[in-house]
Design a protein around this ligand. Structure first.
Ligand code: NAD
Length: 285
């Protein structure tokens, strides 16, 4: 039976560490601050934004909230980003995705100053990640690494297989595992014989977006499994990209869904706010 990696607990530890750092910054007269921008009324995005603001409150990070109507133009949004880029009080800018179709997401992400890009999506920060020098790392991928390391698993020298090559999860997870001295293979929809590749893995990170994609016969005994997938099933329940029932029997460590990677994203966002704030104020944190 596998050890279940408790993402709720680990994310709470991280938020408590952030809270302590935020309190120390306040003693120095510095108040960390995140601007959260939401365009439109998408219910899921509204929930995400509410949770991010709640996490800020918990950690002692000030949040500036911008809830704009769905017919906001690209120019108006770019102007707001410009204003926030120039606002010395604001250390991080988070634009909740997806944006309405008439707004070019890429243009908006490029407009955010890299030092305020707490989502870690700006190509400048992605570039730094690829050379192992990023301060602001994409939150979900960084959360996967924390789950592995805080479970006491050493990534050095391990065969790591990432299933999925998206820009927001698969690719950055691969780069981070490489920075941790893993031997990394990335699988995707065109990979031949995924089963064979996955069976070589000491560590698997699944980010495919297909419910229960990784089956018991695709993994070897003792594998460490991080399941990034969040799939809503017909019965309303959430399900990961890993067949938990099957894989758990062979894994040494595994994340559940929900309660694994999910809660880590916001915790790492909070951490990025502190990193950005420290960097901008020239203090060590
Ligand atoms: P995506 O759709 O952008 O990418 C999926 C990747 O899987 C692609 O690179 C594709 O090549 C690969 N793929 C698709 N079919 C495949 C197949 N048959 N065999 C092998 N590879 C295949 O998805 P994403 O944005 O990377 O998200 C992946 C999952 O993670 C989704 O379930 C998403 O909801 C979840 N997610 C969770 C969090 C979080 O926990 N906070 C954050 C982001 C994404």
């Amino acid at each position: 039976m596998a050890n279940i990696i408790d993402g709720k607990l680990i994310s709470m530890d991280i938020k408590n560490e952030v809270k302590e750092k935020a309190a120390k910054l306040k003693e120095k007269g510095i108040e960390p601050c995140l601007a959260v921008v939401l365009v439109g009324e998408d219910p899921a995005s509204q929930v995400y934004v509410r949770n991010k603001k709640k996490a800020c409150e918990y950690c002692g990070i000030k949040s500036l909230s911008y809830e704009l109507s769905g017919d906001t133009t690209e120019e108006e949004l770019l102007a707001l980003i410009d204003e926030l880029n120039n606002n010395k009080e604001c250390n991080g800018i988070l634009v909740q995705l997806p944006l309405p179709k008439h707004i070019d997401e890429n243009k908006i992400l490029l407009k955010i100053l890299p030092e305020k890009d707490v989502d870690g999506f700006h190509p400048y920060n992605v570039g730094l990640l690829s050379i192992g020098k990023a301060d602001l790392k994409a939150c979900t991928p960084a959360g996967c690494i924390e789950l592995i390391k805080r479970s006491g698993v050493d990534i050095t020298g391990k065969n790591c297989v990432v299933v999925g090559r998206s820009n927001i999860v698969g690719k950055p997870v691969g780069m981070l595992l490489l920075s941790e001295n893993g031997t990394v293979t990335t699988c995707h929809s065109k990979t031949n014989d995924i089963k064979f590749v996955c069976r070589q893995a000491d560590i698997i990170v699944a980010a495919v977006g297909i419910p229960k994609f990784v089956k018991g016969d695709m993994v070897k005994e003792g594998v460490v499994v991080i399941d990034v997938g969040i799939n809503r099933m017909e019965n309303g329940k959430l399900c990961g990209d890993v067949d938990f029932e099957e894989v758990e029997k062979k894994a040494s460590y595994i994340t559940p869904v929900p309660g694994g990677v999910g809660p880590m994203t916001i915790a790492m966002l909070m951490n990025n706010c502190i990193v950005a704030c420290c960097k901008q104020n020239n203090v060590v944190c």
